[in-house]
Structure formats: structure tokens, C-alpha cells
Design a protein around this ligand. Structure first.
Ligand SMILES: *[C@@H]1O[C@H](CO)[C@@H](O)[C@H](O)[C@H]1NC(C)=O
Length: 81
């Protein structure tokens, strides 16, 4: 087996792993997108002692259970499930 063949096989294995990994990731993203909801100004979570957490990058789906997500005008948008 030449060194080129080894490198080729290693790349093949690596690309397969990356492909598989990205597929798993996209499946998880479909279940619950990890994007930032720009509508959310701050959130309050029971786990943080009801403290206001600003500049959060979350959304209604990805929010921790019990977290309340508020808009900048103070109206509640949703609660994490
Ligand atoms: C805040 O903004 C949302 C979305 O624009 C609106 O539905 C809601 O009525 C507003 N609440 C207040 C208290 O202004």
C-alpha cells in the first residue's frame, strides 16, 4: 500500500464522518432550530434565579424549560417547554 492510498483512504473516512455528522446536525436543527430570534430582547429563567438575561441567543423552541422570553416592549412572547 502506497502512502497516497493511505491518504486517500483517510480522506474518504474523514469526509464520510463529516457528512454523517452534518446530517445528524441538520436533523437536530430541524427538530429545534438553534437560531437567534431577534424578537427576543431578554429572558428570565427559573434556573438563573429569575434573573433577567439580556443579549440571549435563543428562540421559543430552543429555550430552556420554564424560561420566559420577552420582547423589547416587555410583552411575553413564549415560555420554554
Ligand atoms: C409588543 O410587541 C408585540 C409585537 O409587535 C405586540 O404584539 C404587543 O402587543 C406589544 N405589547 C405591548 C405591551 O406594547
Amino acid at each position: 500500500m502506497t502512502i497516497h492510498r493511505v491518504v486517500f483512504l483517510a480522506l474518504l473516512l474523514l469526509s464520510g464522518t463529516v457528512l454523517l455528522g452534518s446530517r445528524v446536525e441538520s436533523a437536530a436543527a430541524k427538530a429545534c432550530p438553534r437560531n437567534c430570534d431577534t424578537d427576543i430582547a431578554y429572558m428570565v429563567c427559573p434556573s438563573s434565579g429569575e434573573r433577567i438575561i439580556r443579549k440571549v441567543c435563543t428562540n421559543c423552541c430552543a429555550a430552556q424549560k420554564g424560561c420566559k422570553l420577552f420582547r423589547s416592549n416587555g410583552s411575553i412572547k413564549c415560555t420554554g417547554t
